[in-house]
Design a protein around this ligand. Structure first.
Ligand code: ATP
Ligand code: ATP
Ligand code: MG
Ligand code: MG
Lengths: 252, 252
């Protein structure tokens, strides 16, 4: 019960939040009880699901003020719950410095509710600081979205090195679920080059599903919905539904 | 002499590095002696200018091991020098915690070389941690690139609040040079909505120049060049040259 998946990449703007929201929503539609935990002080996953008013957030859990169960709120989508974030989380990086076992704060918190869900998705911020390390220490596996553009490949080695480091020193069960090619625009020569390079290098597990650049994907969060609920016929919705199916099939 | 401009926004993937490289290159072409300091552990500004082999980096300066002047290297472009970064900078966030006046490490370092340049550009990472605070404490002004998409507006208030905080407590001279609308795709309904909202809100100074989404901009860093040197006739090159001219005109 309760497989925990971190969506991580220290490169900014590669589709982490978009993937976290739309994968979580697709899993919920496929009748899996799903929790999305927003681990980014920008709180884009919270805002992208239309959730902006809440008393407590993941910050309060990380500094030990409250239990994870008491910050979880429903979303407009059945089977999908959210643990929201706030900008205060920026401060937690400093506050956690003196904590005992500071890398395991989240994994201890998640254990208390893990069996209530089929899947728990963690949306990570674009950095490799102590909050992201907490997410990697708590996760069973990591999905790494990359944009099919040049800077995408520069940071990939560093991220996989960090994942290996976390696996060796903090969380031996951690694996890479796969690399997700996102915001793919087949008209760009470069996009095809990046896809070929990643797939042919043989160094990484790459999802067959590719997420295409699609306006509906970028519009959906404006109305606080996943792209599946916003426009199920869109390319973006179809891409994320097939990602969820491929992901579930890989679990067996 | 030596005006210092930070390119900052905690939202990831909005064009900070692309703006840092191409504004610095345009200023250099307009005969201004320019230094680009890469303050991001991803080191995309360094890689994007084709500079990958170096002994020391901004990390060594931030932890007090070496002088800023000794890490500055030439680029392929005349009038443009670079202070490169490495992933070690991730560790500096923690190492700086116990430093005296930890927010002023960079501004003290920059004072020693400031008069050798007309402009010094700081490429910031997508977070509001101590490294970005160092950049804001050292800067005379900030350029805030935003993508013309939905999450762009969510974090803007938080960034301007942080800038005000730094201005009040650390750096009274700090101003906002302007908001730069980047990766603009006029075919997207949403892009036009974001532009109208930002311009009409009256809350922000917005550059007249808009940077359009343009393939050449994304291709140029693959060959270690600015877009101006890669293809001067491209829309991207024209956009960044006109940004540099507008920026220089605003200085008078
Ligand atoms: N498939 C897609 N098609 C079109 N636009 C997309 C797609 N995926 C993401 N976007 C847009 O690109 C921008 C960046 O995506 P997103 O915010 O999900 O990235 P991120 O990696 O979470 O960013 P950060 O590093 O700031 O957390 C957003 O404006 C989003 O709407
Ligand atoms: N005007 C543009 N046209 C086309 N592509 C662009 C443009 N500006 C930026 N890009 C591409 O978008 C991606 C994100 O840009 P960039 O890396 O400059 O953002 P950033 O804000 O520095 O990201 P980070 O938050 O990770 O530091 C890059 O792959 C870049 O090549
Ligand atoms: Mg995000
Ligand atoms: Mg950058």
């Amino acid at each position: 019960m309760g497989k925990i998946i971190a969506i991580a990449n220290q490169k900014g703007g590669v589709g982490k939040t978009t993937t976290a929201i739309n994968l979580a929503s697709s899993l919920a539609i496929l009748d899996k009880k799903t929790l999305l935990i927003d681990m980014d002080p920008q709180a884009n996953a919270s805002g992208g699901l239309g959730i902006t008013e809440y008393e407590e957030s993941i910050y309060d859990v990380m500094v030990g003020e409250t239990e994870l169960s008491s910050i979880i709120v429903p979303t407009n989508e059945s089977n999908l719950m959210l643990a929201p974030s706030t900008i205060d989380l920026v401060g937690a990086e400093i506050e956690l410095i003196d904590f005992d076992e500071r890398e395991f704060v989240l994994s201890k918190a998640v254990k208390t509710i893990k069996d209530d869900y089929d899947y728990i998705i963690l949306d990570c911020q674009p950095s490799l600081g102590i909050i992201t390390v907490n997410a990697l220490a708590a996760a069973d596996s990591v999905i790494i979205p990359i944009q099919c553009e040049v800077f995408a490949l520069q940071g990939l080695n560093k991220l996989t090195e960090t994942i290996e480091l976390v696996k060796d020193s903090l969380n031996p069960k951690l694996t890479i679920e796969g690399i997700l090619l996102s915001m793919f625009d087949q008209r760009l020569r470069m996009a095809n080059m990046v896809v070929d390079e990643i797939k042919n290098s043989g160094n990484y597990k790459v999802f067959d599903t590719i997420i295409h650049r699609n306006t509906k994907v970028a519009e959906a969060p404006m109305v606080g919905q996943s792209v599946i609920h916003y426009d199920v016929k869109s390319t973006g919705a179809q891409n994320y539904l097939s990602l969820a199916s491929e992901f579930i099939a890989n679990q067996n």
